[in-house]
Design a protein around this ligand. Structure first.
Ligand SMILES: [Zn+2]
Length: 268
């Protein structure tokens, strides 16, 4: 009996084929609907609760987009402050934030990305009507075509906040950008995550590692877990190392107001 790899199976499935990274990583859905944008420079924004989340969750996809000439921005809700870590190091929270912000900027530069910060506080991040507005203003000022963010089912409260602020902006923007969820520290933080989109990050795996170590990663810490995740996603996709994503369909029909009418998929 002929054996098919998972990649071949996905590529043979008309329903899933669009979910598999082909050619330009993750930009395929945008390009498929707007052929005229094929040569257009895209804007990619990777949202994280903390200064190391975008690089850990989607640093490979960030680097691949940047290599293809697209503009990549990492947006952290916080500045790198953390009362527990500052206490362990015996320094002030303000000093820790200054160090970690500087490291995050260097880390993103290795991925050819720009880093921006919002002013929320570690472990005290908020979702309020004012925070929704503030986040949407900041995000939409970047005019994103593709957005990565945390998967919302996560043990870390700041990750959940980052995810829901991003999702709300996606609704506010009329689903105009492609939204992808990424995973971090799967099992310890991200829970119940089943990718429907993969990116082969083998060519940039070493650069992602360097970016993460520039940003405070250690081999004993979360890098070891992330490396194992990349290997596992690579096995699922049929390559050495991959990042897995859940792509939100932009074919959702959500007649306003969203909260009174159920959303449905256009093809159903
Ligand atoms: Zn985090």
């Amino acid at each position: 009996m002929m054996k098919l790899t998972r990649r071949e199976i996905l590529e043979k499935s008309p329903r899933l084929a669009g979910a598999v990274a082909m050619g330009l990583p993750l930009a395929a859905p945008v390009l498929a609907e707007e052929p005229s944008t094929a040569q257009r420079k895209l804007k990619v924004v990777a949202v994280g609760g903390h200064v190391d989340d975008p690089q850990g969750g989607c640093g490979g996809a960030m680097a691949l987009h940047a290599e293809q000439g697209h503009e990549v921005v990492a947006l952290s809700l916080t500045h790198g402050d953390s009362e527990p870590i500052a206490g362990q190091l015996g320094i002030s929270n303000k000093e820790l934030a200054a160090r970690r912000s500087a490291d995050a900027i260097k880390s993103c530069a290795l991925l050819k990305a720009r880093m921006i910060f919002m002013d929320q506080i570690d472990l005290h991040t908020e979702i309020t009507p004012a925070r929704y507005q503030e986040f949407s203003r900041t995000m939409l000022a970047e005019k994103p075509d593709i957005v990565f963010t945390h998967w919302p089912i996560d043990t870390h409260p700041d990750h959940r906040v980052a995810s829901l602020l991003t999702y709300n902006t996606w609704l506010d923007a009329g689903l105009k950008f492609e939204l992808y969820y990424y995973e971090v520290e799967t099992g310890r933080q991200t829970q119940h995550f089943f990718p429907n989109h993969y990116v082969d990050i083998t060519p940039v795996e070493a650069r992602k590692r360097e970016a993460c170590f520039t940003n405070g990663a250690t081999i004993e810490g979360w890098w070891g877990l992330h490396e194992a995740m990349q290997r596992f996603r690579g096995m699922e996709y049929g390559c050495k190392a991959a990042e897995g994503f859940v792509h939100m369909s932009s074919r959702l029909i959500c007649p306003p107001p969203f909260w009174q009418h159920g959303c449905r998929y256009a093809e159903e």
